[in-house]
Design a protein around this ligand. Structure first.
Ligand SMILES: C=C1C[C@]23C[C@H]1CC[C@H]2[C@]1(C)CCC[C@@](C)(C(=O)O)[C@H]1[C@@H]3C(=O)O
Ligand SMILES: O=C(O)CCC(=O)C(=O)O
Ligand SMILES: [Fe+2]
Length: 399
């Protein structure tokens, strides 16, 4: 595998292949006007810009074989009214150890809220590009609207538009309608109602994420409240993904292969389908189930589990006819919390796999130095160890 050089404030670093974010340098004259991803126009284009054409090894298989991702009745499990608890726990444990993905039903999230959230997404993404750009995500920021990542990356561009916003939770200071305020701030008062819908949706995602954390603590055999305690105060991100049709769906990807650098992702996909997971050395599609959420383990949780539960490798493909929407709630710890696995998961036979770090460090790494992909956690760990200082909490060496 080749290597790409990137010069940052920390010096010159070598990272594998073309994974490094290629920064646009204003000093280099650009021969053509900047690329703009205007979905309304590009969805009809059969000559797609080369920046959207992915390398041969990443080109999608649109007819990938479906895989049955385990479906867990979460209310049944937590209330003790569902199928035998021990069996359910074993299914979760196996799925998380092998590939890091399962689905939940009977989760208590009102289907009306999900439908309403999709309606609001249609309203937002259906606006002309210039209207959406009022909420433009700025360089280095994690929130806002991005039409593909034309200003951020220069190749392997994803065929999608995204709108991301923050949802911080703290049970001791609940009540602040952060999402609603954000919508009004960036888009104006006419977006208050849409902001309210997404605020409600995020609150529900936060509740569900903490319930799933209870399940995962049990699956790992640590104290039932262990991960709920870590995440009850959190600094999470909600992302709306809109994938317009593409006349060359076999050449591009909606979202490239990656593991989420975050802790836990609660994904809802509409009925169109396009999510694929990499299991047993093959890409498989995950058929949408209207009442289910897909749960992915992310890199941060994998590090907190000392590698026992795996971060799920996934991607999204597009199609030539039907626009697709998905909603991802990324549970994240607070920025400066030092993340290290519980002592029960570390011993002589299972030494520490990753160094201590903070979410703020990993987030910065994925936003400024490295485009999140299949190897983020390993590359980040090496980078941390190389750049460690004696004063930072994340500077402890691997045992
Ligand atoms: C912290 C994050 C970075 C990304 C959004 C969240 C969680 C997943 C990451 C991402 C989806 C992984 C694939 C590449 C990426 C650039 C994307 O296609 O959206 C990633 C997100 C990002 O850096 O904005
Ligand atoms: O749209 C999908 O199905 C997947 C999206 C995704 O992986 C992400 O937003 O991180
Ligand atoms: Fe993802």
């Amino acid at each position: 595998m080749g290597a790409t050089q990137l010069t940052t404030t920390g010096g010159t670093e070598t990272f594998p292949r073309a994974q490094v974010i290629r920064f646009r340098r204003s000093s280099i004259p650009s021969p053509s006007p900047p690329l703009v991803f205007d979905a309304a126009r590009l969805r009809h284009e059969s000559n797609i810009p080369t920046q959207f054409i992915w390398p041969e090894e990443d080109k999608p298989c649109l007819e990938a074989e479906e895989i049955h991702v385990p479906v867990i009745d979460i209310h049944g499990f937590l209330s003790g009214t569902g199928p035998a608890a021990a069996e359910t726990l074993e299914i979760i444990r196996e799925a998380c150890k092998k590939h890091g993905v399962f689905q939940v039903v009977n989760h208590g999230v009102d289907t009306g809220l999900v439908t309403e959230a999709y309606r609001c997404m249609d309203e937002f993404f259906g606006m002309p590009l210039t209207e959406k750009q009022r909420a433009q995500r700025k360089t280095g920021e994690s929130y806002g609207y991005a039409s593909s990542f034309t200003g951020r990356f220069s190749s392997n561009l994803p065929w999608k538009e995204t709108f991301s916003f923050r949802h911080a939770a703290d049970p001791d200071s609940a009540g602040h309608a952060e999402v609603e305020d954000y919508f009004v701030h960036v888009l104006g008062d006419s977006f208050r109602q849409i902001g309210r819908v997404f605020h409600e949706y995020c609150k529900e995602m936060n509740r569900l994420a903490l319930e799933i954390m209870e399940l995962l603590s049990m699956g790992l055999g640590v104290e039932r409240t262990y991960f709920t305690d870590v995440y009850k105060v959190n600094d999470s991100v909600m992302r709306l993904n809109h994938y317009p049709p593409c006349q060359k769906p076999d050449l591009t990807l909606g979202t490239g292969p990656h593991c989420d650098p975050t802790s836990l992702t609660i994904l809802h996909q509409d009925e169109v389908g396009g999510l694929q997971v990499f299991i047993d050395e093959k890409w498989h599609s995950v058929r949408p189930i209207r009442d289910a959420f897909v749960i992915n383990i992310g890199d941060t949780l994998m590090a907190l589990c000392n590698g026992i539960f795996k971060s799920c490798l996934h991607r999204a493909v597009v199609n030539s006819k039907t626009p697709r929407n998905s909603m991802a709630f990324f549970l994240c710890p607070t920025m400066e919390k030092v993340l290290s696995p519980p002592s029960e998961l570390v011993d002589d036979e299972h030494p520490r796999k990753y160094p201590d770090f903070t979410w703020s460090q990993l987030l910065e790494f994925t936003q400024k130095h490295y485009r999140a992909d299949t190897m983020t956690l390993n590359v980040f760990s090496e980078w941390l160890l190389k750049n460690q200082t004696t004063t930072h909490p994340a500077s402890k060496k691997l045992k």
